[in-house]
Design a protein around this ligand. Sequence first.
Ligand SMILES: [Zn+2]
Length: 246
Amino acid sequence: MASLSCSLGNWRPVVRHVDDAGPQEVAITIDDAPTVEATPGLLDLLRRFQMKATFFVSGFRAEKSLELVEAIARDGHAVYAHGWDHIRLDRAPKGRLIQDMSRCEALLAQCRPTPSPYLVRLPYNGGYRNSAVHRQLQSWMPGCQIAHWRLSTEDHAIASAQATTADIEQAAEAAVRRVLDHPGLPGAVILMHDQPVNDLPEGGVKAQASLAVMRHLVEGLAAKGMASVCLRPLAAPSFLSRFVFA
Ligand SMILES: [Zn+2]
């Protein structure tokens, strides 16, 4: 629902669809990247199916594996910041949001030029409707936009400590089927994760879940004659949109 509020003309666009999408296009977006257990396999699947994705990178992970960010950029995928630590930046002390995003982007800038306009995805999507968050993002990176999604794979719920390989495979297939059968699929921004940041250990079932979701997703899209493209910022948001949250 649209709402007027104290944004002082600083509402940033919230992107849920591919701007000017062809009927066969979607944008796969991958949060919490990169990890050594999942990222190379995700890149391999995208390469095999000739699809492009948009990676939202957590600085604390990228710092340990910058060569993976370089590999993502080299393959022609889009790379943007998901903050440094994976925390609710809208609830963090003043200044932390910009500090986290700046620190992450400074690292990413070693691997590819800083894109403009910029897209951010907030950890836990925290504060995407918060005018103070929008104002801070605008002051940090004028023209930046918030990457939301239309369809989520809910992949963070697939792996569990008790899950077997067969459980993971079945749950991943069902999760992707739900996304592929959704009438809003054409043009959709689709959310999935590298390995989601949570209490489960890295590798094992968690990496299996990410790779199974990606495999079903690219196979399913290809079977429909569809493809994933890099998420593009919205072209020329209207002047009025800065005053209205939509
Ligand atoms: Zn995240």
